[in-house]
Design a protein around this ligand. Structure first.
Ligand SMILES: Cc1cc2nc3c(=O)[nH]c(=O)nc-3n(C[C@H](O)[C@H](O)[C@H](O)COP(=O)(O)OP(=O)(O)OC[C@H]3O[C@@H](n4cnc5c(N)ncnc54)[C@H](O)[C@@H]3O)c2cc1C
Length: 390
């Protein structure tokens, strides 16, 4: 039986960040992963660390804190993770969207964020590949980008250097609490711990069930196309304003397939200039098989905004599962019903952006410190039905 002070379940970017901040604070940590580290959603996504698409107020302030922490990590961690902070933009294709964008910018500026409107000429300067009819857009100057896979491994390596222990191919199959000690049964033997953190992403509800907890997270599938290195299309992340509408479930004026699959343009230039094109949003269970009809739909949407992309080459496509919650905020929280059990999951499309702040907050909760952001909006007890009644 292997004992540790803190046991983290799940080796995605959230679990790796928690292991990093806890071991940096001197805690003895074990992190266990059912498959290979970073084989879940954290390697099937984009790498944007964004405030531009966050609800003004708590949501965007939390992202700003995380952006600052990632900037610090880019100097602290041994391995680089393709960090850049060039800002990001949203583009508008109608007067209606320009009006909505102006309101979005005003609200963000009032909350103290570095947002500004862009006109047609600014958009032309941004990339010669944009469609001529785009009206303008908006910019968030602090937004940054990383390679999520490398950031997760970099955090994990640093945690191990500080004494953390990591077990791969170790699937949690049952959890019991005997007085103050958790006993965690896995495919690789039993582990005991004083504190347990559930960082299992879309699988967090299954871990919750083992302790009779009902955790309201659902997998929301998204597809991405990877292009080959070719012309320099642009240096920073671009989304269509409709992405916000798609994310928050509003009504868009698009063709039925684009609507059905929740497709909205996301363009992400990577350091190696293999740009990524996304994305879709659907609730179709845990299947990550690529649907070619959706890939076509994403490609068509990209060509609407960048007509010359029709002649560019793509290498591959993939799909991942965003851990969705109803109010679009993650659960980063103690569990009142089970002392010393924590949940850090449900980051939907923001888990890369919020990994650093999540790791820090869990460290602060376990060490009973004041937290770097208010935690009430992230509390598990905001959901009424938390305990399975059978
Ligand atoms: C198409 C797409 C694009 C995205 N783009 C962005 C973006 O640009 N910016 C952003 O911030 N976010 C983005 N996201 C969201 C982001 O990828 C996720 O929020 C984040 O990766 C979630 O990380 P996680 O560590 O919670 O989950 P995961 O990476 O899935 O990690 C959970 C881990 O737990 C393990 N596990 C599960 N059950 C068990 C068990 N029983 N025992 C042991 N281990 C277990 C799993 O194997 C897995 O490795 C995107 C997501 C998608 C799908």
């Amino acid at each position: 039986m292997k004992h540790s002070d803190v046991l983290v379940i799940g080796g995605g970017i959230i679990g790796c960040s928690i292991a990093y901040y806890l071991s940096k604070a001197g805690r003895e940590v074990t992190i266990i992963e059912k498959g290979e580290f970073v084989s879940g959603t954290s390697s099937r996504c984009d790498g944007n660390i964004l405030a531009i698409d966050k609800d003004p107020g708590f949501d965007s302030q939390m992202s700003l804190v995380s952006q600052r922490l990632v900037d610090e990590l880019s100097r602290e961690l041994d391995h680089s993770f393709e960090y850049r902070a060039p800002g990001s933009i949203l583009v508008c294709e109608s007067d209606e969207e320009m009006e909505a964008a102006k309101k979005w910018v005003e609200r963000q500026k009032a909350a103290g964020l570095p947002f500004r409107m862009l006109d047609r000429e600014d958009i032309r300067q941004e990339s010669p590949y944009f469609a001529d009819d785009l009206l303008g857009g908006l910019e968030c100057a602090t937004d940054s980008t990383v390679n999520p896979y490398l950031l997760a491994f970099s955090l994990l390596e640093d945690a191990k250097k500080r004494g953390a222990t990591a077990f791969r191919q170790t699937e949690v199959r049952g959890i019991k609490k005997d007085q103050d000690i958790f006993i965690v049964h896995t495919s690789n033997g039993d582990f005991t711990a004083n504190h347990v953190v559930n960082a299992a992403g879309v699988w967090a509800p299954r871990i919750g069930e083992m302790l009779n907890l009902s955790i309201p997270i659902k997998p929301r599938k998204g597809h991405i196309i990877v292009a080959s290195r070719q012309q320099f299309v642009g240096s920073r992340k671009v989304m269509e304003f409709g992405y916000l509408i798609s994310k928050f479930g509003g009504v868009r004026h698009v063709d039925p397939l684009t609507e059905k699959y929740g497709v909205a343009l996301v363009f992400e230039p990577t350091e190696s200039q293999n740009f990524l094109i996304g994305s879709s949003r659907e609730f179709v269970g845990f299947n990550t098989k690529v649907n070619n009809e959706i890939i076509r739909c994403i490609a068509n949407r990209a060509i609407r905004f960048y007509p010359k992309m029709a002649d560019m080459m793509v290498i591959r496509s993939y799909a991942g599962l965003r851990p969705w919650t109803e109010d679009h905020l993650p659960i980063v929280s103690r569990v009142e019903e089970i002392p010393n059990f924590y949940i850090a999951a449900g980051h939907e499309g923001d888990g890369i952006s919020l990994a650093a702040v999540t790791g820090k907050v869990i460290e602060e909760l376990i060490n009973e410190k004041e937290t770097c952001i208010p935690i009430e909006p992230l509390a598990f007890n905001r959901f009424k039905e938390r305990v399975v009644t059978s």
